[in-house]
Design a protein around this ligand. Structure first.
Ligand code: NDP
Length: 434
């Protein structure tokens, strides 16, 4: 705490992992002897930089850029960039720390990192977003590379921003280094299913969890928070598996749509027009209502898929959800449930899929994009989706097994942390004190 003052989200993320891995440390004295915990909590490198750019009024704007290269024991640093006004070092470090274990859980050769800026793309023109991205990359380019550090998208960074970032990287370095960034468009080295991967992957994971309890999505009432990349493709896959998504949200409120969200309309409003959810409601012909300024978790559901941001489900939200009949939660977002909320769910016997495991499909598919870039190949949608599903099934099976092995059956929070930690710790041991 003294070393990292004021970084509350980072403290929360570290505490959550450390709370789970006691039994592993008890079995493996060599981890403590070589100070794995102390080393794993300290990023290998942290870069903070000025991002100056010119807005449409000709005024100079200054933002702050971050890249935290947390751990490269398993492979090049890998993790997204977040553009949101709330971004500061504590957020980037919590995301980077979680990323280490998530990437380890995928079984693929990727280390952990994260970055971003306090830039807010909302309400900015395309030209302003491009100016910002070009300035951001003008510093970032010297720190990244196919074998060094491979960024991707996150909140506020979608295909438009990835295009501008890659364009500037290519221009500065004079290298068509496709594997330097993931989430690229299909016409310039992107991979099928990357856009859908986090939402689809989270839904596959929850599907496995439900199956392990003898049930399924079919006919279940589902609430998804957010209405961005993760949320939209969660809605899509849940609907394909027979669930009825009755609500989704953004930072101004939520839409309640009893008969089920109209996915085509949602995509049109959010992805094509970059509009807000009240526009969706206005076009839904009286079928949906927009509830301003309230939490979507007041809508009763059997399955909850938080897909917006950190700490969006509090202890009292969780108690309300359990009381309303919620039996499963799949974290599409990173750390969307507070520690108090997790406690309520676990004590109530809710099947709870932590983000580290449940949303790993996004980064796993990014690693598949790197694999395709390296071999100058491109796979079909069907093949890529099958690979994603296999990866999620494998993570689920390993978590279930580890939970049994450590005497905590069904506790995916503990088993994801233990499983993710073990692989990184073993690699760090093998690499010596570096
Ligand atoms: P997007 O920017 O596409 O969408 C974010 C959504 O969440 C928007 O609807 C946004 O509403 C809402 N939101 C963001 N911040 C807040 C806030 N402070 N309060 C309420 N609502 C908020 O981001 P993604 O869908 O890519 O990311 C969503 C979550 O998933 C994040 O936690 C991210 O870290 C995580 N994640 C994403 C992956 C990916 O592949 N994209 C991979 C793994 C995890 P509004 O438009 O009003 O701001």
């Amino acid at each position: 705490l003294r070393r990292n003052p004021g970084e509350i989200e980072f403290h929360q993320a570290v505490r959550e992992v450390l709370d789970s891995i006691g039994p592993v440390l008890g079995k493996h004295a060599e981890y403590a002897e070589s100070k794995i915990i102390e080393r794993i909590c300290e990023p290998e490198r942290q870069i903070i930089f000025r991002v100056p750019w010119v807005d449409d009024q000709g005024e100079v704007q200054i933002n702050r850029g971050f890249r935290v290269e947390f751990n490269s024991a398993l492979g090049p640093y890998k993790g997204g960039l977040r553009f949101h006004p709330s971004v500061y070092l504590g957020i980037v470090k919590f995301l980077g720390f979680e990323q280490i274990f998530k990437n380890s859980l995928t079984g693929l050769p990727i280390g952990g990192g994260k970055g971003g800026s306090d830039f807010d793309p909302k309400g900015r023109s395309d030209r302003e977003v491009m100016n910002f991205c070009q300035s951001f990359m003008t510093e970032l380019y010297r720190h990244i590379g196919e074998y060094t550090d491979v960024p991707a998208g996150d909140i506020g960074v979608g295909s438009r921003e990835i295009g501008y970032l890659f364009g500037q990287y290519k221009r500065i370095t004079n290298r068509y280094e496709s594997g330097v960034i993931t989430g690229k468009g299909l016409v310039y080295g992107g991979a099928q299913v990357r856009t859908e991967a986090t939402g689809y992957g989270c839904t596959f994971f929850v599907d496995e969890m439900l199956k392990a309890r003898g049930t399924s999505f079919d006919g279940k009432r589902v609430v998804v928070s957010g209405s961005g990349n993760v949320a939209i493709y969660t809605v899509e896959k849940v609907q394909q598996l027979g669930g009825v998504v009755v609500a989704c949200s953004d930072s101004s409120g939520y839409v309640f749509d009893e008969k089920g969200i109209d996915l085509d309309l949602l995509k049109q409003v959010k992805q094509v027009e970059r509009g807000r959810l009240d526009v969706y409601t206005a076009r839904r012909g009286g079928q949906a209502v927009f509830v301003s300024g309230r939490s979507v978790w007041e809508v009763p559901c059997e399955v909850a898929m938080p897909s917006a941001t950190q700490n969006e489900i509090t202890g009292s939200d969780a108690a309300l959800m359990v009381g309303n009949g919620c039996v499963a939660v799949g974290e599409g977002a990173n750390m969307p449930t507070t520690p108090e909320g997790i406690k309520v769910f676990l004590e109530a016997g809710v099947a709870f899929a932590p983000g580290k495991a449940a949303n790993a499909g996004g980064v796993a598919t990014s690693a598949l994009e790197m694999q395709q870039n390296a071999s100058r190949d491109s796979w079909t949608f069907e093949h890529s989706e099958r690979r994603l599903q296999e990866i999620m099934q494998d993570i689920h099976a390993r978590c279930l097994q580890t939970a049994d092995e450590y005497g905590m059956p069904g506790n995916y929070v503990a088993s994801a942390n233990i499983d993710g930690f073990r692989r990184v710790a073993d690699a760090m041991l093998a690499l010596g004190v570096i």
